[in-house]
Unconditional design. Structure first.
Length: 92
């Protein structure tokens, strides 16, 4: 018996692709304006999704897409954290 559960899709802010939520990383801006990588996907605040690829992260960084989407300054550590997460997952 197969379950026809709907897979939640999200749009990558860098590539514009619609991908399953699990194939993406969420970056969130809290009400206080603090930006962080949301690995659980459950933190409250304004969220933006980026594909789990270094190309997408680099594109978002180069074009300041995250900054525009979240209307906040994005520290370099956020991009480095995203790339570290992607590299760690590709090893597994």
């Amino acid at each position: 018996m197969t379950t026809n559960r709907k897979i939640p899709l999200r749009k990558c802010i860098a590539t514009g692709e619609m991908l399953p939520k699990k194939a993406m990383i969420r970056v969130v801006r809290s009400k206080e304006g603090e930006v962080s990588v949301d690995v659980t996907g459950k933190r409250s605040g304004r969220g933006a999704y980026v594909s789990k690829s270094e190309e997408a992260v680099n594109l978002a960084r180069k074009k300041n897409i995250l900054e525009r989407q979240l209307e906040a300054k994005i520290p370099d550590e956020i991009y480095e954290q995203l790339i570290t997460l992607i590299r760690r997952e590709s090893i597994l």
